[in-house]
Design a protein around this ligand. Structure first.
Ligand code: ACO
Length: 326
């Protein structure tokens, strides 16, 4: 029994924020952003759009492709760190929005690795025979939750969006072959949002110290991301007896172009084997992989029987690699 991806969907907000727009907000310029990150523009959610709205639209598109009704979904797992509320889970709001009456729903907090963690959790559930269909979503609105729009070091990197897949338990050789998840909590403060949780409760002093905003050690994150995404990709291939030349398409977490190119090179993958759309959306955290998967799928870049390799790295640190037979 395997969890087969039978539908993909994505939704990115209409509003486009270009590097030239950012030049008017912080002391930056298009050339710097393109040279250091490969990002040309990103999408920004409308004031009345919530993370659950982005997630629900992506989910509806995935369900439509799968030809499955929301009422046939047994579990909804959303990877997000920018949910509508601290609690309850954004997945519960999605469940109500799309009318997935019989599904139980929960969020997974693994930062940029959130989608692959959510996918592994739903896969375990289906392979254990506890349900037939799952909806797995990555959705984020960083622009309104943790971006400091006065910090040029970080505000240029991120964007908003959502992607989703429908999984169905099926006999046969197609579906998720294996997931490999890792964490190292020794590096929490290399990439995190210090406030406002239990450690730093809401206060005016905390706000002045910018605690509710994302903090990042960019150089260290860069090095770890390349190393860990490479290692976990090799681990996933090796566990299934494959090597780089067997990969049909590599879908790495779209953090920035230099991380993607360095990882692809270390894995000895060709440009044709690697999917890149970070130039259009920036880093949408847990949403990058399912958005990329949907674009590649709808664009005809994945054929039945292809090996699809996905790898992610994010705050925690967390990282993961998943191999799928399409
Ligand atoms: N515009 C212009 N100049 C800038 C900007 C900007 N937006 N941001 C920083 N600079 C300046 C710095 O102030 C610094 O100036 P200085 O030399 O006068 O002090 C100079 O550019 C170089 O700064 P560095 O931080 O050394 O630049 P670097 O080449 O390392 O690039 C970057 C920074 C892009 C953040 C890089 O470290 C990186 O890609 N890190 C990974 C971060 C990442 O992708 N995070 C996403 C979350 S984690 C994940 O998804 C995997």
């Amino acid at each position: 029994m395997k969890s087969r991806i039978i539908g993909t969907g994505s939704y990115t907000p209409e509003k486009v924020l270009t590097n030239y727009d950012l030049e008017k907000i912080v002391d930056t310029n298009n050339d710097w952003i393109v040279a250091r990150t490969g990002i040309e523009e990103r999408r920004i959610a409308a004031d009345d759009e919530l993370t659950s709205d982005l997630a629900s639209r992506a989910a509806e598109r995935a369900l439509e492709m799968a030809g499955v009704s929301a009422e046939d979904i047994d579990v909804i797992v959303v990877g997000t760190i920018t949910g509508d509320y601290p609690w309850p889970a954004t997945a519960c709001i999605v469940q109500a929005n799309i009318g997935a009456k019989k599904a139980h729903a929960y969020d997974v907090s693994a930062a940029c690795s959130g989608f692959l963690y959510a996918l592994a959790s739903a896969d375990d559930f289906l392979v254990a025979g506890r349900g037939k269909r799952a909806l797995v979503i990555g959705a984020e609105i960083f622009s309104r939750s943790c971006i400091d729009w006065t910090d040029r070091n970080t505000c240029v990197l991120f964007g908003d969006g959502a992607g989703a897949v429908v999984l169905e338990a099926q006999e046969g050789d197609k579906g998720v072959l294996s997931s490999h998840l890792h964490s190292d909590g020794n590096y929490v403060d290399f990439l995190y949002q210090p406030g406002f949780g239990v450690k730093h409760q809401p206060s005016l002093e905390g706000l002045e110290a910018k605690l509710p905003f994302l903090k990042m050690n960019g150089n260290e994150v860069y090095k770890f991301a390349v190393r860990m995404m490479t290692e976990v990709s090799k681990e996933a291939l090796k566990a299934n007896g494959y090597s780089s030349e067997d990969v049909g398409l590599f879908i790495p977490h779209q953090a920035n172009l230099r991380i993607l190119e360095a990882t692809t090179k270390r894995l000895k993958l060709t440009d044709e084997q690697s999917f890149i759309n970070v130039n259009k959306y920036g880093n949408t955290s847990a949403a990058t992989i399912p958005i990329a998967l949907d674009e590649a799928n709808r664009g005809g870049q994945i054929k039945a029987g292809d090996l699809v390799l996905m790898a992610a790295f994010g705050g925690g640190f967390t990282w993961g690699g998943t191999l799928v037979r399409w």
